[in-house]
Every structure is written in C-alpha cells, then in structure tokens.
Design a binder for this molecule. Sequence first.
Ligand code: XMP
Length: 514
Amino acid sequence: MDKELVVVIDFGGQYNQLVARRVRECNVYCEIYSYKYDLDKIKQMQPKGIILTGGPSSCYEEGAATCSKELFELGIPVLGLCYGAQVMSLVLGGKVERAAVREYGKTEVNVDNSSALFQDVSPNTICWMSHFDYISRMAPGFRAVATTANCPVAAAECAEKQLYAIQFHPEVLHTQEGSKMLYNFVRNICGCRGDWRMDAFVDETIENIRRQVGNGKVLCALSGGVDSSVAAVLLSKAVGEQLTCVFVDHGLLRKNEGDEVEAVFGPEGNYDLNFIRVNAQNRFYEKLAGVSEPERKRKIIGEEFIRVFEEEAKKIGAVDFLVQGTIYPDVVESGLGGESAVIKSHHNVGGLPDCVDFREIIEPLRNLFKDEVRKVGLELGIPEHLVFRQPFPGPGLGIRIIGEVTAEKVKIVQDADAIYREEIAAAGLDRSINQYFAALTNMRSVGVMGDERTYDYAIALRAVNTIDFMTAESAQLPWEVLQKVTSRIINEVNHVNRVMYDITSKPPGTIEFE
Ligand code: XMP
C-alpha cells in the first residue's frame, strides 16, 4: 500500500511545524519543504495534497516568496493559509492589497457550509487572524466561502480544481474548529485514508531496521532523554544484542537519574542489549574546576563527553552503524526541510560521528515530531517517567549552576530540583508545564535559621510554558505550591537559605538559567 503524503510548502511562517503536526493528528503523514524546493521533486513524491503556509512578507513585493502557477495545475488539491492563500490568489490572477485595518487575534468568521472545507463547521466560528494584506479580488473561478466584518474574502475556493484559500490560521488552537477544517481538507478533499499510526510505524520501522542492519554491529549514545531512549528501544527490539548502548554519566544529571537509566536499560532492565555505563563524574568535575564562564563550561562538557565516548568506542572497535535520536524539528530547523532555518548548534553534543569508526548513521525517529516520539515510546512499553521526561540540556546541571561547578554545588541543585519536581507532580502540574527546574545562583547572602546567622546560596526556580522553546512565558504557579517548595528546600537542603522564582519570559531571558 502506498504511503500517503501531504506536502507542506513553507513560506517562512512561524506556524509551519504546527501545520504539519495538525495534519499528522488527522493520521496523515506530511513533510515540510521550502517554497524554493524543486517542484519536479515534489511531483515525484505524488502527494495527495499540498498546503501553503503563512509567511512574514507581502506577496506583491519585489522578491517576495512565491511559487509557480504549475503547482496549481497538477490536479492535486491545494490549501493556502494566510500568506499562502494570498500567493495562490495573486499567482492565479487575483489581487492582494494592504488593508486599511490590520486584522489580528480571535475573530468571528461566517463560513459557508456548502464548501467541503467547512463541512460540519459552525456557521459562525472563532478563528485566529493575523494579517495586514487581504485578497481584494479573487482569482478567476474562485468564490468566497467565508467572511468577517472587515474581510470580504476570509476564505475562497475553486472547488472544481480543488483549490482552497483561507485567510486565517486553522492550525493554531485559537481557531476553535481549525482541526476540523484541516481534517476536511486532508481526509475528505484530498481523500487520504488516514493510516499514519504509531503502532504501524513501530512495526514498519523495526522491519526496516532489521533489513538495513543485517548482522551488523550497532552503537548508540544513550542519554536517558526521550529521543535517545526511544531510538535505543526500537533498535533493541529490532536487533537485540547486536546493539551496544553507551551511557556517559557526567555527574551533571538530575538526582538519581543515572541509576534510573541503568535500571531501565542495564542488565536488570527490560531490554535485550549491551549496556555500558561510564561513571565519568570526577573527570568532568576536574575539567570544570575553576571555570565560571557559561560558554566555556558548555565547551568543556561537550569536548569531554566526546573524549569519554571515544574511549569507549575504541574498546568496542569498529561498528557498522551509529544510532542518532534526530527528530523531525531538528531536520526542519537545520535547514533541510522548511524555510525558517534556526540553527541551535550549541544545543547538541556536536562531533559525535567523527570520533566513532562506523559505516552508516541510523536515525529511526527522523520523521517524527516530539509528541509522536512519545507515542512510539508508550507503544514500545517504555516507562512513563522516561517518555514524559521534560527536555534536559546536554550539558546538564553544568549550565544550571551559575559560576564554578563543584560536586557540592551539584548536590545542592540536585536536591532542590528533586523537591521542586516532587511538589509540582503532587500538585498535578507536571504534565501541564512544559519545563521546570531549580538552578543554583552564585549568590550567597545572610539569613537567620534558629538563632544562627547563615551565609548561604539562593536557589532560583524556573517554570515555563512554551510551544516551540524558541519563546516562552513564565508559568503562573500557585502561591501555595511555591511556598511549600520554598520551605522544603530551605529545611531539607543544606547551604540554601533563600529561594527565588524567576518570572522572566523568553525573550529577553532564555529558558535555561546559566
Ligand atoms: P534556552 O535556554 O536556549 O533553551 O532558552 C531552549 C531549550 O533548549 C534546551 N537546551 C539544550 N538542549 N543541549 C540540549 O540538548 C543544550 O546544550 C541545550 N541548551 C538549552 C533547554 O533546556 C530548553 O528546553
């Protein structure tokens, strides 16, 4: 059976990945490509539908992102969103102009239910608008199928050619019935069966890995994070003991984390694989002694990690395959997929492939979004505490300790963080906050405990909500939770006499506190 594909053409809009995720929620597989991508290659993929995303510019400006008319003549249904809708109109002979008023935010839209796009959508529905320009004249053959008080063409269609243009953003949650509209497009208009499911993905991927690996030897750098854990389990199910996982404990993990990873993947654990834990804590602490500059710390940790890994790899000898837990947002953001190239070089432990003697890289999660990786994890029976683990930076607590890193400071931040996590979970907030942790400031100040003067550290608590980790809002934690965490940290963690809550958003702050 052919794999169904919907192609998302990216014009640089901020919601490009969200569009793709929403399509996949309709159980339809889709991939993102830049508007500059060769149309012939897209044709060869035989997509069942094409979606054009939003974008930051005005489509009638000189040099603005656009697409060829041919894209609309392939006989493949096309849905344009916001900028994509305007490009479609302009390219097909309509007119786009700057509107007198910018339409922004939640807006009531009147839709025509006779359009297949709006089947079963309420006639008056709230949608998310964000545009300066508007379609002032529709392209020939199109009719308006939605309007707002300020926008005569909130959506237009040429049903005969299966072309649809929507001025608002169905992909964002503020558009209340947006998922239904996207469902109508991919399932009803494009006719996709909707058989992109994680159970099928698991079976198919295990089969493919077996075929690719044969009798080969496979090496995986396991961090205990979601992506590398899921990748390792897939490999273990596929090739068992042909897989060796190396887990470097750099002494900058959260409390008990090293043992937890070992409990799952080690000899007493649930999986068939060779597990090597390298206890390199002291090596890292020695290298970090006296260093307080954050970038320098990151560099030292990254380099030492590679050195330790290299030593282990040498012991194992040449391997055939190296497993990497790359996921789809990494692919898109590295510029290979979409248009918005955001390169987070410092975010990954770079250089790993060079230090290992291997033939090929296996990236079993390369096509998945994070929520899909988690579904695969559950499908594979990986414990929930690993599957729903929050993001944790490669350099670990090394960048959650301001100033010099010492074993003593690591212990302080580990203990404080463990209490914080316990209380967040007890308050039932652990799945709703995207990232939260304790950091150790380098500030010591005077306090009083019992009748004694103290001169101890301040712990900073951070909790943020974010969609993409590029921007974030500080979470409004209940006061009682903050109070409880504070009093427990002060009482239970030595050398801490003050707790602060960081309410800075990103930007201007970053999520990490380094
Ligand atoms: P910032 O602090 O830049 O972090 O706002 C954004 C997200 O990235 C995570 N992060 C890292 N992840 N290696 C990683 O794998 C790193 O070096 C790294 N630095 C930051 C951070 O935890 C947050 O989720």
